[in-house]
Design a protein around this ligand. Structure first.
Ligand code: ZN
Ligand code: ZN
Length: 262
């Protein structure tokens, strides 16, 4: 049995702790080290338990804790070449950090981690599809304007998936954001809407996905209720029943002490 602890999720900061057997990895390190460690302590876990850190892309809500974290803890960091180059060139990681390029797949601490293609306005963004030491599979796909074929395949093969459900399109269109920001979020290299997420869910559950975490919700252009009810509606229209065919939750902006086993 493996578990995921969503520590932070929103444009303020993102981080997921994944544990399998006795080892653990972290995907993304947003907010700051103090807040990350506090969020971990709420869940009775510690940074010293983390064997490797994987970063999806260089936007600050995914990396802002990194520099201090990697100075204090000797944990190897994995990311795409483009992301690592950005982090080095912009002084976002300490000079002596243990940096590793993930081309396609790596093994770290008993986990097998595959890159998943995303579409986002960053240097070389990606999601991750992870097999835990005990053979459980999860995918984390957020910060993507649309679900790529690669992402759809990875999620379909997973037991659990964190999928972006960023915004309600009407709330975003009618909201206060400047036009240029609205255009960016709605573009193919922006963020995934509730509708785009919901459209894909029946295929994923039909393929065997049983645990869904909706992630990276916008605090301005979405609500947990809206994201959840849209997803449950889409799945029930496809004949799939909550709590028997699948379970679903929203990743909180900051941890509420809950984790999901898979
Ligand atoms: Zn983000
Ligand atoms: Zn981003």
């Amino acid at each position: 049995m493996a578990k995921i602890v969503p520590l932070f999720s929103s444009s303020k900061g993102n981080s997921y702790y994944i544990q399998g057997n006795s080892s653990a990895i972290l995907v993304d390190a947003g907010r700051n080290l103090k807040q990350l460690e506090l969020a971990m302590s709420v869940n009775n876990i510690r940074m010293s338990d983390v064997g490797a850190i994987f970063v999806t892309h260089e936007h600050s809500d995914h990396i802002s804790a990194l520099k201090v974290l990697l100075k204090r803890y000797d944990i190897p960091l994995y990311a795409s070449r483009g992301t690592l180059e950005y982090l080095i060139n912009n002084d976002k990681v300490p000079v002596r950090a243990r940096l590793n390029v993930i081309e396609d797949v790596v093994e770290a601490n008993g986990f097998e981690i595959h890159r998943v293609e995303t579409s986002h306005d960053a240097a070389e963004p990606c999601g991750y599809s992870i097999t835990t030491p005990d053979g459980r599979r999860l995918s984390i796909v957020t910060d993507t304007g649309y679900l790529t074929k690669d992402a759809r395949t990875a999620i379909s093969r997973s037991h659990l998936a964190v999928i972006e459900s960023n915004h309600d399109i009407d709330m975003l269109r009618e909201g206060m954001y400047p036009y240029i920001l609205k255009k960016r979020i709605l573009s193919d290299s922006g963020h995934l809407s509730n509708a785009a997420c919901d459209e894909a869910l029946p295929d994923f559950v039909g393929a065997g996905l049983t645990r869904i975490i909706l992630g990276h919700l916008s605090e301005e252009n979405n609500t947990p209720h809206l994201a959840l009810s849209g997803a449950i509606d889409a799945l029930s229209q496809a004949g799939m029943a909550l709590d028997s065919d699948y379970i679903i939750d929203v990743a909180p902006v900051a941890t509420d002490g809950k984790s999901m086993f898979f």
